[in-house]
Design a protein around this ligand. Structure first.
Ligand SMILES: *Cc1c(COP(=O)(O)O)cnc(C)c1O
Length: 419
C-alpha cells in the first residue's frame, strides 16, 4: 500500500496507476482540482454530463426537492417528481413506449429489461429465455449486463457465472447483411426471448458505428419472429448521437428501452426502463406470481427524479439541439484534420461523439499506449480516456469550438510525441 486512501476505485489497477486526483469543483465543461488546476472534461465524466456540470436549472431543482421530500419507499407510494417524469418520458420517447420502471444505473436498467423480457414470455405461458446480443457489446458490469456484453479480460474471472447468449456479429461496414442473416437464423430457433443492442454505436466496445438502416432491419426481423427488441440507450440517449435518442434516426420504437447516463443531465444516479403496454400487461394479473419482482432501495429517488425533470425542462426550453449541432460541427472539423493522416485510422463520428484509432501494433484495451495517452492528455489539462488505441471525445454540449479545437491540437501533439 502506497496510498493513505481506503478507496478502491472502479476500473483502476492501483498497482500501476497514479493516485486519483482530488476534484473539488465542476463548472460547465470544466473540472477543478483541489489544488486549483483546471481540467477540460472531454468525456463528460464518463459520458454522463450532457449540458455541463452544475447546470443552474438542475442545481435549483435538486435544492427545491431536498426541501420537500428526500426519499420514500416506492412500492405502495408514489410522488410527483416520479409521476411527472414518467408522463414526460412517455411523451418524448418513441411512440409506443407506455410504461416506465425506475432503477439506479445503466446496468440495473439493463437487468430490468432482461427480467421484463423473460417475465413477459413466462407470464404468457410461452417460456423463452435465450437472449441475442451483439459482438463487442457493453451493457454494464452486473452479472446480467456482463452476460450480454462482450466476454474478455474484464469479465474472465466471473465467466463461470455468466449465462449463455447467442452472439450476433457486429454489422461492420460491408458486412451488414451477415449480421442481419445471423439475426434471422437465430430468431428461427425456439426459445429466443429478445435481442439487445446498443443502437447505432457500441460505446465501451470501441466506439464502433453502424447505420440507421441496419438498426431498422434488426427491429423488423425481430418483429417478424415475435422476438422482443431491447434498445440499450444508456449511452446514446439524450442527444449523444445527434438526435435525442438514437432509435429516432432509424424510426424505430424498441419494445423495451433503457436510459440512464444523461437522464439527470449527469447530476445524480437514475435510470429508467421503458416498455410497450403489452409487456406491462403480461405482468398484470390477479395471480400475484405474475408480479414483476424487481426493486432497489432507492427506486425513483425523488431528488434524482426532480433532477431528471429539470433535464427534460432544459430540453424543452433551451436550444439543446443547436448546442449539439455546434459540438458536432467542431468535432467534424477536428476529425477532418486527421482523415489523411497515416498516424491515425478510422476517423469516425456520430453526433457529439468523435473517435479515431492510432495506427499501432499495440492495440486492444490493455494496450500500453492507452495509459500513456491518458497521462499525456492530463498533463495538458484534458480529461481524455482512450479505449486501448482508440481516442474518442464525448464532451458536454456547452463545450465551445475553441475548447474542442484545443483537444484536437493536443491529439496531434501527443501522438507526435509517441511516434
Ligand atoms: C455505461 C453503460 C451501461 C452501464 O451503465 P452504468 O450506469 O455504468 O451501470 C450500460 N449500457 C451502456 C450502453 C453503457 O454505455
Amino acid at each position: 500500500m502506497t496510498s493513505a486512501s481506503a478507496v478502491w476505485h472502479p476500473f483502476t489497477q492501483h498497482a500501476v496507476q497514479p493516485e486519483a486526483i482530488p476534484i473539488a469543483k465542476g463548472e460547465g465543461a470544466w473540472l477543478e482540482t483541489a489544488d486549483g488546476r483546471r481540467i477540460f472534461d472531454a468525456i463528460s465524466s464518463w459520458w454522463v454530463v450532457t449540458h455541463g456540470h452544475r447546470h443552474p436549472r438542475i442545481v435549483q431543482a435538486i435544492r427545491d426537492q431536498v426541501d420537500r421530500l428526500d426519499q420514500v419507499i416506492f412500492a405502495g407510494f408514489t410522488h410527483e417528481p416520479a409521476e411527472k417524469l414518467a408522463r414526460q418520458l412517455i411523451a418524448m420517447t418513441p411512440p409506443g413506449l407506455e410504461y416506465v420502471f425506475f432503477s439506479d444505473s445503466g446496468s440495473t436498467s439493463v437487468e430490468v429489461a432482461l427480467k421484463m423480457a423473460l417475465g413477459f414470455w413466462r407470464n404468457r405461458g410461452e417460456p423463452r429465455s435465450r437472449i441475442l446480443a451483439l459482438e463487442g457489446a457493453y451493457h454494464g458490469d452486473t452479472i446480467g449486463g456482463m452476460s450480454v456484453g462482450e466476454r474478455g479480460v474484464f469479465n474472465a474471472p466471473y465467466d463461470p457465472l455468466l449465462f449463455d447468449v447467442e452472439r450476433i456479429p457486429f454489422p461492420a461496414e460491408g458486412r451488414e447483411q451477415a449480421t442481419l442473416d445471423a439475426i434471422t437464423t437465430a430468431c428461427r430457433n425456439a426459445g429466443v426471448a429478445a435481442l439487445i443492442v446498443e443502437p447505432l454505436i457500441l460505446g465501451a466496445g470501441g466506439m464502433l458505428i453502424y447505420p440507421p438502416w441496419v438498426l431498422a432491419e434488426m427491429k423488423r426481423i425481430c418483429e417478424g419472429h415475435g422476438v422482443l427488441f431491447i434498445a440499450d440507450e444508456v449511452m446514446t440517449g439524450w442527444g449523444r448521437t445527434g438526435t435525442r435518442f438514437a432509435c429516432e434516426q432509424a424510426d424505430v420504437t424498441p419494445d423495451i428501452a433503457c436510459y440512464s447516463k444523461g437522464l439527470t443531465g449527469g447530476s445524480l444516479p437514475l435510470a429508467v426502463t421503458l416498455c410497450r403496454a403489452d409487456i406491462f400487461e403480461a405482468h398484470y394479473s390477479t395471480d400475484r406470481s405474475k408480479t414483476f419482482f424487481h426493486s432497489s432501495s432507492f427506486t425513483a429517488n425523488p431528488i434524482a427524479c426532480a433532477a431528471a425533470c429539470a433535464n427534460l425542462a432544459i430540453w424543452q426550453n433551451e436550444p439543446v439541439m443547436e448546442r449539439i449541432a455546434a459540438v458536432a460541427r467542431a468535432q467534424a472539423r477536428g476529425l477532418d484534420r486527421f482523415r489523411e493522416d497515416r498516424r491515425f485510422a478510422n476517423a469516425r463520428q456520430i453526433g457529439t461523439i468523435a473517435a479515431l484509432d492510432i495506427t499501432t501494433e499495440d492495440a486492444g484495451y490493455l494496450a500500453g499506449i492507452g495509459p500513456r495517452l491518458y497521462n499525456d492528455f492530463l498533463e495538458r489539462g484534458l480529461l481524455v480516456r482512450p479505449l486501448g488505441n482508440t481516442i474518442y471525445l464525448m464532451p458536454p454540449y456547452c463545450s465551445t469550438p475553441h475548447e474542442l479545437d484545443r483537444v484536437f491540437d493536443a491529439i496531434s501533439e501527443i501522438v507526435d510525441g509517441i511516434g
